[in-house]
Design a protein around this ligand. Structure first.
Ligand code: TXE
Length: 521
């Protein structure tokens, strides 16, 4: 493996175009334009025009039409997986099983469930029980999607299809590091439109460029933004959306802890932590980066993970035997190296891995680490894994929660029920027990961050509804002959007195409480 020079997709020097090189070989892969604010606005206008007919279809019709796109993606799965692997540097098997497969499953999941999820919902009323209230879901319009480079297909295109199920049109701004795969997705979308007349090419727009193009998406008249990326950029997106008074969903990464109890199954825990830390070279917002392990198990577990890590094969990501590819984003290597150097300087011990070889960062396991060091506080987004031995579960929980991020957490416990009890106390959007990182692949579950890890959620029934305006309609269901409600004009001391009596009788601990007690409530 040779050390590769910085490629232009990491540089800011190209003003007029993005020039994309393979992270693993340095080969030129292609170019994409850098679009300005006017071009972004024009894309939003085209999308809005196409949305009118799309949003007017029933949810069921949209679901049946979108099938054509799922077919195209699944039929081109090999081609797409290779394209993701080539541009991003991840092993081709990961490209298939982390990007393409979950995307197809997400589509199939919402195709069958979206009609029910987006159907009008009746709200049972309380005091005003003579009324009938219901919620109905209306598409928001055009959804802007600003994507990252670590899952360059499944995140932006997955967010886009959810927006489409909800009846919106989409404008995707892919990461400047991996724009080509988004253009490939768009080509497949256009193909699907030829097979399915209810789909329109303009429902999916791709605007390529760097940060300024992303910023332009937020101010281009879109009705919502879905952003995946870093915390500082996420905050800029939130401010821009606040100024437009449009909602945004932010997915901003994490420094995800794992707690391992003394009775955890050593083999499963070691394999899960290995994969959870090193899949996609640790460039996953859900990666396991810090393990708080019960002291009696600490050496055994660390040694087993080190042994397994030593067997991982790193190299050409297109080779199906390869388990670790190249780092996608060159600056990430320096971030990882700085955190590694800091850990060593503080007394941490490198049990395997260490210095990167060009774009290839070996799986690196450290122990003798103390909670509070940089490696337990800063997102490395690289294949660094720290083991911290702890004396009791309470300390592990305290350390796990001592972070400004809260995306994912993990518990490994022999007793799954005890594991779930620990999980409930962890400050994370999702905590998995005896499993690692793949809950994003379960489309019915929410993907959401607490604290600095984000706002809102993607996936899940709620995530789909959040892509709609949820409107409330209220009608009268009984007492329709009443010419006015009791609290309308005119006001008088008599009416005031009657209401006062009612408040005391109903809620003052009298009649109502006696009735509720009598019926056991
Ligand atoms: O992110 P940015 P980058 C983390 C990881 C990495 C760091 C930086 O730690 O080191 O983020 O990566 C667009 N308005 N994650 O530079 O800058 C930009 O063009 C609107 C975690 O890639 O946040 C790109 O499309 N958009 C993450 C997207 O935002 C703007 C996955 C993300 O860029 C913009 C990747 C602006 N002002 C990196 N500026 C995860 N959560 O999984 C830039 N962009």
């Amino acid at each position: 493996m040779v050390a590769l020079a910085q490629t232009s997709n990491d540089a800011t020097g190209f003003i007029d175009k993005l020039v994309i090189h393979s992270p693993s070989t340095g080969d030129l892969l292609g170019e994409a334009p850098v679009m300005d604010a006017d071009e972004v606005k024009a894309a939003v206008a085209r999308a809005r025009k196409a949305q009118a007919a799309w949003g007017a279809l029933s949810v069921k019709e949209r679901c049946s039409a979108l099938r054509a796109f799922r077919h195209k993606v699944a039929q081109h799965a090999d081609d797409l997986a290779r394209a993701v692997s080539t541009e991003n540097g991840k092993p081709v098997q990961e490209a298939l099983t982390h990007d393409i497969l979950p995307f197809c499953d997400l589509m199939a999941y919402f195709e069958s469930r979206a009609p029910k999820i987006l159907a009008p919902q009746t709200i049972s009323l309380h005091l005003m029980m003579q009324r009938r209230s219901y919620l109905h879901c209306i598409p928001r319009g055009v959804i802007g999607i600003i994507g990252p480079w670590n899952f360059p297909f499944s995140i932006p295109v997955g967010d886009a299809v959810m927006a489409l199920f909800a009846g919106n049109a989409t404008v995707i701004k892919p990461s400047e590091v991996t724009p080509l795969i988004a253009l490939k997705a768009k080509a497949l979308w256009d193909e699907a439109c030829k097979d399915e007349p209810r789909l329109h090419p303009d429902l999916m727009q791709i605007v390529t460029g760097r940060g300024l193009t992303g910023a332009a998406v937020c101010t281009s008249g879109v009705n919502q933004v879905m952003f995946t990326g870093s915390v500082p950029t996420g905050k800029k997106v939130a401010v821009a959306c606040a100024e437009q008074l449009i909602p945004c969903v932010l997915e901003l990464g994490g420094i995800n802890p794992a707690i391992v109890t003394a009775d955890a199954d050593l083999e499963r825990t070691a394999h899960a932590i290995l994969w959870g830390a090193f899949a996609n070279s640790g460039q996953v917002c859900a990666s396991i980066s810090r393990v708080y392990v019960a002291r009696p198990l600490a050496e055994k577990l660390t040694a087993r993970v080190v042994e397994l890590a030593g067997g991982l094969v790193q190299g050409d990501p297109l080779d199906p035997d390869i388990e670790l590819g190249a780092m996608t984003f060159l600056p990430q290597i320096a971030i990882g190296e700085a955190i590694l150097a800091d850990t060593i300087a503080q007394g941490g011990r490198v049990r395997c891995g260490g210095t990167p070889n060009g774009r290839f960062f070996p799986p690196t396991v450290l122990d003798n680490v103390e909670h509070g060091w940089k490696i337990t506080q800063d997102e490395s987004f690289s294949p660094l894994l720290a083991f911290i031995a702890v004396d009791d579960v309470e300390t592990a929980i305290r350390y796990a929660n001592d972070s400004d991020k809260g995306l994912m957490a993990y518990v490994f416990a022999g007793d799954e029920e005890q594991g779930a009890r620990i999980a409930e106390r962890l400050e994370a959007g999702t905590t998995m027990v005896n499993n690692a990182i793949d809950s994003h692949g379960a489309p019915g579950t929410p993907w959401q961050g607490m604290k600095q890890s984000g706002l809102g959620q993607v996936h899940s029934a709620q995530g789909l509804r959040d892509l709609c305006q949820v409107r409330h309609v209220q009608t009268r269901s009984w007492l329709p002959w009443m010419s006015k409600e009791l609290w309308w004009y005119p006001y008088s001391p008599k009416v005031y007195g009657a209401f006062l009596k009612g408040v005391k009788a109903l809620w003052g601990g009298g009649v109502l409480d006696r009735v509720l007690r009598a019926v056991g409530k």
